[in-house]
Design a protein around this ligand. Structure first.
Ligand code: ADP
Ligand code: MG
Length: 534
């Protein structure tokens, strides 16, 4: 293995430093329980040994645009007609999961104007993460482009703060030893002169690893939602000894528990707010909603805020259509508790909605005012090329599909309506999938309904940087890597749509070897890293 620096500190020695810092600070994941052992063992989280160079200006853009995306999600969530139009047709007929979320949304918020008043009176809490890759402009500089907008179970706020601390420590303590390594990577992402000959001009001083406020900001947003709930619904003397809780809805067998627990511990330490963790499966028999008040009870305990770290995948509903998990989801939604996310926010984060929002005029539908044009422009510059494969495909969409069939497949990614990593199609797989679902006569294409739930997306090609990736405390390898930046946003909105709290809330950088198409950390593709701003 090549050393990071030909000095006293080789890669292995630096890995020992990183592992020690990680252990001392809980940068860990839980080991998957097996049939042989259900021991509660923790091991080092997948992490990049050193931070990745990142253009400061693009990082700042991702932070600055976060509140606009928050507001967009809020507005989309309230537009039942848009959601029905976008997700109700071909998408629902091909994807029973999205169909079910949409059905519950209609049932609770749309169909019967007199029912479910508790849910309609609830505040909304958003914890979003907009993910970006740097994409090359014509002039060799890089610009962030949105990969996706997560509105449910946006994870790694906890661990990414700790990782930033580790990278700040290593890059300051061993500044001299790793200087060449960082400098080489900086050259891959920034141009310093007009000609794009980035070797020629000297670099401006690097800013380094920024402070990551996620572990303060996420609990703070939950606290604001919690306090509002208590203020609105709880009489002062009835609950003094038994305050309401924040309910974390989690997956059985989850390995990313430390990341979740960090939020739980911060809620207690900073705000004295108690958290209870439950799976959807277990919740069903423990939940009730008070008929008159709409208060949500977990056994005898009132729940003020419901925070979902589960419920985004069909596998979270093991009992199937109309089973106990779906019943629990509906019970949670129908209550007056503040949901993070409510069904509308969940739907606003689907890939089909992302594709639809990129169509001309759609952002303007949600931001029609004159003084909102800057917001619209800021969001729009983040959009990559997005194309429908459904019966709403425009001539431009069909042109992109033809491009794939005619050999342009390397420029695209094909995505179904799924969350959590591992489902996308790349390269030849896209061609195969499209060919077997398209009748082509000359230039005319007939798309089968099977494609309705898919979107085709321009493939992004971020700059490659050298990286040393670690998994379970061991160096997994060294080589060219690419990164994806996540920008957290938090949002509290009252039932009438008034925005009470809306801000940028921290970052996440994930790094994977260049040859790996998919990107999840928990799904085993990527590692946690940090931006080294320059
Ligand atoms: P998921 O909901 O499964 O996280 P994503 O849209 O984030 O779905 O895709 C998963 C991963 O696939 C991303 O983390 C990224 O690494 C890769 N990916 C997705 N879209 C693109 C794209 N347009 N260009 C390059 N890579 C992409
Ligand atoms: Mg993703």
């Amino acid at each position: 293995m090549s050393d990071i620096a030909a000095s006293v500190l080789d890669t292995d020695a630096l890995a020992v430093e990183a592992n020690s810092f990680a252990s001392a600070n809980g940068i860990q994941v839980e080991r998957k329980k097996t049939d042989k052992s259900d021991d509660n063992l923790f091991l080092g989280a997948p992490m990049s040994l050193l931070p990745n160079a990142y253009p400061e200006q693009e990082f700042k853009k991702a932070c600055d645009v976060a509140p606009a995306f928050n507001e967009l999600v809020e507005r989309v969530s309230q537009d039942a007609e848009f959601l029905q139009q976008t997700l109700g047709g071909g998408v629902s007929s091909m994807d029973p999961f999205t169909a079910k979320i949409l059905k519950l949304y209609n049932q609770v918020y749309v169909d019967d104007s007199t029912a479910n008043s508790a849910a309609k009176s609830a505040d909304r809490l958003g914890i979003l993460r907009s993910d970006y890759m740097l994409h090359s402009n014509d002039d060799d500089s890089y610009q962030i482009k949105q990969v996706e907008l997560n509105t449910i179970a946006s994870s790694f706020a906890g661990l990414s703060c700790k990782i930033a601390n580790m990278h700040r420590y290593l890059s300051s303590r061993y500044e001299t030893e790793i200087e060449d390594f960082l400098q080489t990577n900086r050259k891959r992402v920034i141009t310093t002169d007009d000609d794009g000959k980035n070797d020629a001009a000297p670099f401006p001083p690097a800013v380094g690893v920024p402070v990551n406020p996620a572990l303060d900001e996420l609990p703070l947003a939950m606290k604001l939602a919690y306090d509002r709930y208590v203020e609105r619904f709880t009489t002062t003397n009835s609950n003094d000894n038994n305050p309401p809780v924040v309910l974390f809805v989690v997956q059985d067998g989850e390995t990313n528990t430390v990341d979740q627990r960090l939020l739980e511990f911060a809620l207690w330490e900073n705000h004295k707010i108690p958290v209870v963790r439950r799976s959807l499966t277990r919740l069903n028999s423990e939940l009730s909603v008070d008929d008159t008040t709409g208060a949500l009870k977990l056994l005898k305990q009132e729940v003020a805020v419901v925070y979902f770290r589960a419920g985004y995948a069909p596998t979270d509903y093991g009992d199937g259509e109309d089973g106990i998990e779906w019943n629990a989801r509906l019970t949670l939604e129908a209550s007056r508790a503040t949901k993070c996310p409510c069904l509308g926010y969940h739907l606003a984060g689907t890939k089909k909605v992302q594709q639809e929002l990129a169509r001309p005029g759609i952002l303007e539908r949600f931001f029609p005012e004159k003084n909102e044009t800057e917001k619209v422009a800021a969001m729009r510059t983040c959009f990559a090329g997005l194309y429908s494969c459904g019966d709403d495909a425009t001539p431009e969409d069909l042109e992109a599909i033809r491009d794939v069939l005619d050999g342009g497949h390397a420029k695209y990614v094909l995505k179904p309506q799924r969350e959590g990593g591992g489902y996308n199609f790349y390269g030849e797989e896209i061609v195969e999938k499209l060919r077997s679902n398209i009748e082509r006569t000359g230039d005319s294409l007939k798309l089968s309904e099977d494609l309705a739930e898919f979107i085709l997306m321009q493939r992004l090609f971020p700059p490659q940087q050298n990286a040393v990736l670690m998994r379970g405390g061991k160096v997994e390898g060294t080589g060219d890597s690419i990164s994806e930046l996540g920008s957290f946003g938090t949002l509290v909105v009252d039932s009438s749509g008034e925005v009470v709290h809306n801000r940028y809330a921290g970052f996440l950088l994930r790094t994977k070897f260049s040859g790996v198409d998919e990107g999840g950390v928990a799904s085993g593709f990527a590692t946690l890293s940090s931006p080294y701003l320059c």
